[in-house]
Design a protein around this ligand. Structure first.
Ligand code: IFM
Length: 469
């Protein structure tokens, strides 16, 4: 493979999220989020893992920022925790804001650009008790929370992301019940889709009213949807439905000011359109400065349901499907290599999603705000970790980014997921995505081989030539 250089000013970063790394879930006035509650449900999270102490980042901010600086990162994407900033969704908690203020100062001192996400899934439990994202009121509470964070950090933070992956916080959380709050109610899930988008629009306005020069965006997890049989009309319809639920239901209202008509029709039995009020789409489609793309894999889909396999729950609670109205769709194997998450490795899919946004929703600058892979790392006797698979995964996806740039995509940066090993939601701590290893017994951080390599890439703004094995 030949060496390649990225455009001048390309942003090289790494990403994390509050609940996945902070720990300290009851410190300094923080109250429970839906994830704290969810972790208590037997079988909800592998191993009964919880968000405490996670990677203990709350107490190790300085060490972690030093680590980023040693790696030569340009930017750090993190999220603020709503239940720290407005515990119980009530009055502002200065101690919570102070934590993020210290983090931002430490980053700026090391010339690392803070890249702040307001919502990475930790809804205050109190709001869930009032209906959560199925309740329209939550969108207005989110705008108030955004206002508080902008008020405290807007003098130092320019890049703002409202939501991370609203697909997960709606369909995966309220229909499939795989994520907190663990509800399996398709009607609530489709309401959550709309209310999250409304929350995004209201928060965008709240950010801009205090900070007109802010760069505001949203992050979506996008997937190319590939039919198992491109000649089979039923498979093509499965593709249409899944593309609608995964990609278009978010992209169209954000960038075209309307929901895709076919999906509105598919979701009518679940009462989707009754949640859409006058002016909502205008609020949702407020022009953005940038779009975050999270990419991990493609969805290879068949319209034929999988044969009933004997149920082996291994102690996991039963969960449903996020594909409201298309629950019959299955995901057959096509023999591609897979990561420890059992996700296909398909770098070309990243090229496809970037090209798709470029062509169908033109004019919006893009950042890959997450990309990376979980693999089982083993620590060598000397403490080093040769995570060649992760390194290869990231390298192949960076080559896909470069190909997209060459094809005319306005891609301006890449954030590796994740800076460090962390709480991988329903999978607990067993799945490791970090380029930095965390020993959960001692909380010692060790950069893996991928981190050292990524550091060179960031410093050189280029990928060196590689010799194919
Ligand atoms: O860990 C998550 C992250 O919080 C959101 N995007 C996908 C990652 C891997 O599952």
């Amino acid at each position: 493979m030949e060496s390649i250089s990225f455009p001048e000013g390309f942003v090289w970063g790494a990403a994390t999220a509050a609940f996945q790394i902070e720990g300290a879930t009851t410190a300094d006035g923080r109250t429970a989020s839906i994830w704290d509650t969810f972790c208590q449900i037997p079988g909800a999270v592998v191993g009964g893992d919880t968000g405490d102490p996670a990677a203990d980042h709350y107490y190790r901010v300085d060490e972690d920022v030093q680590l980023m600086s040693d790696l030569g990162l340009h930017a750090y994407r993190f999220s603020t925790a709503w239940p720290r900033v407005r515990p119980d969704a009530g009055p502002v908690n200065q101690a919570g804001l102070d934590f993020y203020s210290r983090l931002v100062d430490a980053l700026l001192e090391k010339n690392i650009t803070p890249w702040l996400t307001l919502y990475h899934w930790d809804l205050p439990q109190t709001l869930e008790d009032e209906g959560g994202w199925a309740n329209r009121d939550t969108a207005y509470r989110f705008a108030e929370y955004a206002e508080a964070v902008v008020g405290a950090l807007g003098d130092r933070v320019t890049n703002w992301t409202t939501l991370n992956e609203p697909w997960c916080s709606s369909l995966l959380s309220y229909a499939a019940g795989v994520h907190a709050p663990g509800r399996q109610e398709p009607e609530a899930a489709v309401a959550a889709v709309h209310h999250l988008l409304l929350a995004h629009g209201l928060a965008t306005a709240a950010i801009r009213s205090q900070l007109p020069e802010a760069k505001v965006g949203i992050t979506l997890n996008m997937y190319p949807i590939i039919p198992a049989d491109p000649e089979d009309p039923a498979d093509l319809d499965a593709v249409r439905r899944l593309d609608g639920l995964q990609n278009r239901i978010f992209l169209d209202p954000l960038f075209k000011g309307e929901y895709p008509a076919d999906i509105v029709e598919d979701l009518e039995p679940y009462g989707f359109s009754k949640h859409i009020r006058e002016n909502d789409l205008e609020i949702i489609s407020t022009p953005l400065d940038q779009l975050g793309v999270n990419y991990y894999a493609e969805h290879f889909v068949s319209s034929t349901p999988e044969a009933e396999a004997p149920v082996q729950t291994n102690g996991r609670r039963p969960t449903g499907s996020p594909w409201v109205g298309a629950e019959h769709v299955s995901f057959p194997s096509r023999g591609l290599p897979r990561t420890d998450m059992d996700w296909e490795v398909q770098p070309d899919g990243l090229f496809k999603v970037l090209m798709r946004v470029h062509q169908d929703y033109p004019g919006i600058p893009l950042f890959v705000t997450e990309n990376g892979a979980a693999y089982q790392d083993s620590v060598n006797e000397d403490g080093s970790i040769d995570d060649t698979e992760r390194l290869g995964y990231i390298e192949s996806h960076l080559r896909a980014c470069h190909a997209a740039i060459e094809a005319g995509v306005d891609l301006r940066g890449y954030f590796a997921w994740s800076l460090m090993d962390n709480f991988e939601w329903a999978e607990g701590y067993a799945k490791r995505f970090g380029i930095v290893h965390v020993d959960y017994e001692t909380q010692v951080r060790t950069p893996k081989m991928s981190a050292m390599w990524y550091s060179k890439v960031a410093r050189g703004n280029a990928l060196a030539a590689t010799v194919a094995p």
